[in-house]
Design a protein around this ligand. Structure first.
Ligand code: AMP
Ligand code: ZN
Length: 113
């Protein structure tokens, strides 16, 4: 099985990494939808949020809290930012290794498309 984001984790595919630790890695989206668009992913391959288990709860929380930390580092914390995790095709998921989108630097609209 070939997974693009596993290949970024291994270093086989280059990425503009903004944060990493033993559990997660964050890098800039190659096709940004906002002035700042970062993807935060677990090193563990989990295809969709539907595949996450109770034992992944702490990992998922770490991803979410890291989004807030990175938003602060990007200067977006007070202005506001959006976090999104698409699950399966109808929601727009195209890479089947879970990732949290962190978007900021412009005014967002609601509801999303
Ligand atoms: P999603 O549509 O929610 O699955 O999001 C996948 C995201 O991955 C999209 O926003 C793509 O622009 C982004 N993406 C695809 N390939 C790369 C890559 N090589 N490096 C960084 N981001 C990528
Ligand atoms: Zn993967």
């Amino acid at each position: 099985m070939t997974c693009l984001f596993c290949n970024i984790i291994s270093g086989d595919v280059p990425a503009d990494i903004v944060y990493q630790d033993d559990r997660i890695i964050a890098f800039r989206d190659i096709s940004p939808k906002a002035p700042n668009h970062v993807l935060i992913i677990p090193r563990k391959h989990i295809p969709t949020l539907n595949d996450a288990q109770a034992g992944d709860a702490e990992l998922l929380g770490h991803i979410l809290l890291t989004a807030a930390t990175l938003a602060g580092q990007l200067g977006c914390k007070e202005q506001g930012y959006r976090v999104v995790m698409n699950c399966n095709a109808a929601a727009g998921q195209t890479v089947f290794h879970i990732h949290l989108h962190l978007l900021c630097g412009r005014t967002m609209h609601w509801p999303p498309g």
